[in-house]
Design a protein around this ligand. Structure first.
Ligand SMILES: [Zn+2]
Length: 698
């Protein structure tokens, strides 16, 4: 998962006093190493004045464009607009990044204050008739203006951005659009804040050692440390709804009642009929999004969103989901039978339930492949995995990473890395923030504190960040990652790589469609468990011994195990997201009934909840992946096919293929249509075969 600081903002009047500006780091040049944000100097009180001033300055830049008497052209309109909003970009990136990774009550309140300002500013730009008139004129004359291909694309993308922002609508519809944007963005913020509160609200407190039976030492030690952090639970064990805590519990704890307890808490987040309940909010949000889509002339919100994506239409998305769903469901049914059998033969008489799935799945895996996650973990020390990732990046692109020790960080333990090109030139820096805490939202993502750009003809190097929720060091042992966490690390690093290597001249061409953005991340996952890569980084943290060949073989052999569960839980959430956003009727829906019906329609097994149920479906509800959760499987069609390009050369580190991938995909950003970029790299459009093959669904 990924967040991008892409709030395009603008228009409020209010300026801080000069002296307040002098002490506010957002109004100064940053003299930190590589110009990273001076996290040690940023205080909550600095944000609002910087947002207000940033908005004021960009509005002034816009006013200068519209009051220009010269005939509109690329330089005096499109380019000036593209370069505008520097201060706002600066503060938005820091606020957005930290509000996700290390929030607090004050920042959450600020987010609610800032959102209406930035939403209004964004609308003030998109719905500015004088500005749009100039943009439209440049657009209409673009063919004869002697522009380069890249300039022409910037004109087209800028124009499209205005149209999609409502510039062509009549005044009364624009007024309604402003209200809708404001309400939608506030509901999205509330959804995320409710979810964080609900995730933090639950604790499973265990007082008796018997109730820990089955759990590995690492999970027990981590639970003891969590308990000891609070005087009320000192000496006991506490499990939380953060993934590194709840997942091992569901996988290993013998006590079925306790598994049921934590599973139900996990799957009920946002659905507890309290003041953090998300059901009514979803119903309202979905209706408002649909109203907005209709205002824009589309039949559904998904149709509006997808018009600007690689997939183009809801039909194309459903087609892909359906193609994978049928074999995945068949596989999940086989797995269910295996697990039920395992449950019965190990003494359980009951029907297999959702809180049994991971537990018996672990047992079947052990029986069938003689593979135990706990045996693997010592080989996946976080630092070793990180070095393995650097190794892969180096073998492919010749780039190197070294730690920057003297830079400010926003939380102890966060590290910063400089990325250099093969010739030693600076490419950018990368923050890494690994472990869960109450101030961090769930999941893993990549973002930037300063995206790559150009200023005065020179490349401005990016400041990237990856934020994860991986198992922390516990019980005197270093952080040891699970196979899933290891894969996630490679994934987020892939996003970071796309940010670090990016070399795009214009801000307006920096972003890529949501269903293309997962290609650079997901392709990295293909190297994780390649035997020749494992041999480099998977070393026992105590002895340094390289992972034994027999374990490598077991990893490779068991790679397709559990794909029925993994694929159906993912696809189920994708269907749910699409179903909400292909609604054509604004009658408020009953969320739980809608969810249930959606799952019945595809025949999802009762023991498998969608990976995210509606009330904690952050991707779909907070805006980033709305009508876009399908993007992972869409991009998998691309990454599976793209990885074949390496395989076909007989060398997974083939330098000429890597060079092409870097040039066509990683450096290019949004300089061309995504499919054109892909075909440039691969020579043909992607095929679905490699995806099905990799998941063992063919
Ligand atoms: Zn991702």
């Amino acid at each position: 998962m990924r967040f991008i600081n892409l709030l395009i903002m603008s228009g409020i009047i209010a300026t801080g006093t000069v002296s307040a500006q002098e002490s506010n780091p957002f109004f100064t040049d940053w003299t930190t190493p590589f110009g990273v944000p001076p996290f040690d100097k940023v205080e909550n009180s600095h944000y609002l004045p910087a947002f207000e001033e940033g908005i004021r300055r960009q509005q002034a830049e816009i006013d200068a464009i519209t009051s220009n008497k010269a005939v509109p052209d690329f330089n005096n309109t499109i380019l000036v607009l593209d370069n505008s909003g520097c201060l706002l970009d600066k503060v938005s990136a820091v606020f957005g990044g930290l509000n996700g990774a290390n929030t607090n009550k004050e920042m959450q309140d600020l987010a609610r204050k800032i959102s209406p300002l930035t939403t209004k500013h964004n609308d003030d730009i998109n719905l500015n008739p004088a500005l749009f008139a100039r943009v439209r004129l440049v657009y209409n004359t673009r063919e004869k203006a002697g522009l380069t291909a890249l300039q022409k694309r910037l004109v087209e993308e800028t124009y499209k951005g205005f149209v999609r922002g409502g510039a062509n609508l009549p005044a009364e519809k624009q007024a309604r659009l402003r209200e809708l944007n404001k309400e939608i963005s506030m509901l999205q913020i509330t959804f995320g804040q409710n979810l964080l509160a609900e995730t933090n609200a639950y604790k499973l407190v265990i007082s008796s050692r018997n109730d820990l039976a089955g759990l590995p030492d690492g999970a027990i030690a981590a639970a003891a440390e969590t308990a000891n952090a609070d005087s009320a639970t000192r000496g006991k064990w506490v499990f939380t709804l953060q993934n590194p805590s709840v997942m091992p519990f569901l996988q290993f704890a013998e006590n079925r009642n306790l598994r049921k307890n934590i599973f139900e808490a996990y799957t009920s987040r946002g659905n507890n009929n309290n003041d953090k309940d998300n059901k009514a909010l979803i119903s309202k949000l979905v209706a408002l999004r649909l109203e907005k889509a209709k205002l824009m002339g589309f039949s559904s919100y998904a149709a509006f969103v997808l018009d600007d994506r690689m997939a183009k239409t809801p039909e194309n998305v459903y087609n892909l989901l359906n193609q994978v769903w049928t074999p995945a469901l068949a596989r999940a049914k086989n797995e269910e039978a295996d697990l039920q059998l395992m449950m019965n033969t190990s003494g359980g008489k009951d029907q297999l339930e959702g809180y049994d799935w991971r537990y018996y799945s672990e047992k079947v895996m052990k029986q069938r492949y003689d593979l135990d996650e706990e045996v693997l973990k010592p080989y996946f020390k976080l630092e070793n995995v990180r070095d393995g990732i650097f190794y892969v990046a180096n073998k492919l692109y010749g780039i190197t990473f070294s730690e920057v020790k003297d830079a400010p960080v926003y939380f102890p333990g966060v590290t910063l890395w400089e990325c250099k090109d093969a010739d030693g030139s600076h490419l950018g820096v990368l923050y890494m923030d690994f472990h869960p805490r109450a101030s961090k939202r769930g999941g893993a993502w990549c973002g930037s504190y300063r995206p790559q750009s150009y200023a005065n003809g020179k490349r401005v190097a990016p400041v990237m960040t990856i934020v994860c929720n991986f198992s922390a060091p516990a019980g005197g042992k270093p952080a040891l990652l699970t196979a899933d966490e290891t894969e996630t690390f490679f994934h987020e690093f892939g996003h970071a790589l796309a940010g670090l290597l990016k070399n795009v001249k214009y801000k307006g061409l920096s972003g890529v469609p949501r269903d293309f953005v997962e290609l650079p991340s997901q392709i990295m996952e293909h190297w994780v468990f390649e035997p020749e890569v494992l041999k480099v980084y998977a070393k026992n943290y105590e002895t340094g011994e390289v992972i034994p060949q027999v374990l490598v073989e077991k990893i490779v052999k068991s790679g397709k195990y559990g794909q029925g569960f993994k694929t159906t839980e993912y696809l189920a959430a994708s269907y749910l997201d699409m179903n909400y956003h292909t609604l054509k009727d604004t009658t408020p829906l009953v969320v739980l009934a809608f969810e249930k019906k959606s799952m019945e329609r595809i025949g999802l097994l009762s023991q498998i909840p969608p990976r995210y149920r509606s009330t904690y479906f952050q991707h779909s509800m907070t805006g980033g992946y709305t009508a876009g959760y399908y993007s992972y499987i869409w991009a998998e069609m691309l990454d599976a096919d793209a990885y074949q390009a390496f395989k076909e050369t007989g060398n997974i580190f083939d330098r000429s293929t890597a060079k092409k991938f870097r040039k066509c995909i990683l450096e290019a950003g949004g300089s061309d249509e995504a499919m054109n970029l892909y075909v440039d790299f691969r020579g043909h459009e992607p095929k679905i075969d490699a995806l099905l093959e990799n998941r063992g669904l063919k």
